[in-house]
Design a protein around this ligand. Structure first.
Ligand SMILES: C[S@@+](CC[C@H](N)C(=O)[O-])C[C@H]1O[C@@H](n2cnc3c(N)ncnc32)[C@H](O)[C@@H]1O
Length: 397
């Protein structure tokens, strides 16, 4: 939720003069860092996360006296904390957790004679506004847990999808909408049951942010009212569009870098695989035969009855290495072997378009076969005088 920091979160925290704030769900601590950097020295910050991806002791040392980290589930901790001026809720995105976080925070404040804390919640838009996510499904009581499975989500589609989609590794509720499902539904239910009117501002970008405050508090804080009006006004919408575009571009750049890294990793793995397979099945021989044939003169190389993807790919690598236009012609290879070789070749950065099925003997320079001559093409090429090399034993031409 850190993209909202300067535009929305910091201004509203400042405008209420928040002195004690809790952050639920910190992940890599990016938002935590912003809070520690930008909030005044007299602000006490509690952070709750059962599995942070940063070392909280670094913060504890650096910000000693104003920073308390709780390695726990929010609902095991919140009732025992002092009353908060504000809460930033970005932990487990399901109805049961969020509804009870809002309730516990409010009960503690009420018992201390204070208004409901300013609540700032992330993920009130798609995908978790109306669909539960469970970081640890077993921690949610069965009667409040939606049917779930680890599968991806698509916008506008209630059911999960079997391949692709967003967050396919997460425990997502199997359908969207309905009662007690999702973060925004928890907010709606909480607001409807709260004894005092609450103003809710929703910023519908970057998975959605909601800010909740009791109307009474707004009446007494002109600054906070001004910010709420700003966020919902024309100027706020304009800034929100810029923020959304910026976040979108950052996400794309991040994804492209991740894809590039994955491609490089796949290519390295494919190469290692290719060499391992080549070593075990003798594909090195086929590669060597191909190289010898290619070096013998211009013309395509035919692989007859070679049904191994690694072998075909290795042959293509030799043909491509000549920097000429020859192709590898495949005779008798199965669809599966051709498809696998095409994928493997692409993974290695080889032009898989140079794997061609069928043979035109006019421009064939050589033939590498599996040793069988029980094949029309092998017999025809043998008879036409092109160099024929049997895979797996014959000397190179
Ligand atoms: C979406 S991430 C938080 C992102 C973070 N606020 C930011 O802006 O960078 C959710 C985090 O919530 C934590 N979490 C999951 N269940 C929780 C719970 N019941 N109480 C507190 N934190 C929880 C997860 O460990 C995870 O680090």
């Amino acid at each position: 939720m850190f993209p909202f920091w300067k535009f929305a979160v910091l201004p509203v925290l400042r405008s209420i003069g928040a002195k004690r704030v809790v952050e639920i769900g910190a992940l890599r601590g990016e938002n935590t860092d912003l809070m520690l950097r930008d909030l005044d020295d007299d602000v006490e910050l509690h952070v709750i996360d059962p599995a942070p991806e940063f070392d909280p002791t670094v913060h504890e040392r650096e910000w000693s006296g104003r920073y308390v980290f709780h390695r726990a589930l929010s609902l095991d901790v919140l009732s025992g904390l002092p009353p908060m001026d504000a809460a930033i809720i970005d932990g487990d995105h399901n109805w049961y957790t969020v509804h009870n976080e809002l309730r516990q925070l409010t009960d503690v404040a009420t018992a201390a004679g204070k208004p409901m804390p300013l609540m700032i919640l992330h993920d009130v838009g798609w995908p978790y506004g109306r669909r539960d996510l469970y970081y640890a499904p077993e921690t949610i009581p069965a009667e409040f847990r939606q049917p779930w499975r680890r599968a991806g989500m698509l916008p506008g589609k209630s059911e999960l999808v079997d391949s692709g989609g967003l967050n396919p590794d997460m425990a997502n509720a199997t359908s969207e909408g309905g009662e007690r499902n999702g973060v925004m539904t928890a907010v709606d239910d909480f607001v409807a049951a709260h004894p005092k009117p609450i103003r809710v501002v929703v910023l519908p970008v970057y998975f959605g942010l909601a800010i909740l405050v009791e109307e009474d508090v707004l009446t007494h804080s002109a600054k906070l009212r001004w910010h709420f009006d700003r966020l919902e006004g024309e100027q706020g919408k304009d800034q929100l569009m810029k923020l959304a575009e910026h976040a979108h571009l950052k996400a794309m750049i991040y994804q492209h870098a991740a894809l590039q890294r994955a491609d490089d990793r796949h290519a390295r793995v494919a190469t290692r695989y290719l060499h391992a397979v080549a070593g075990s099945i003798g594909a090195d021989d086929a590669g060597n035969w191909c190289r010898a044939l290619v070096e013998a003169g211009a013309g395509d190389v035919v692989l007859a009855d070679v049904d191994d993807a690694a072998c075909i790919t290795l042959a293509l690598a030799h043909v491509v290495a000549t920097d000429r236009d020859e192709v590898v012609r495949l005779v008798g290879a199965s669809d599966a072997a051709v498809a696998a070789a095409t994928e493997m070749s692409a993974g290695l950065g080889l032009d898989a378009g140079r794997l061609v099925r069928g043979v035109d003997d006019a421009d064939v320079v050589g033939l590498v076969g599996t040793g069988t001559t029980d094949n029309d093409v092998v017999r025809r090429l043998d008879a036409s005088g092109v160099p024929v090399v049997r895979f797996g034993g014959d000397p190179a031409p």
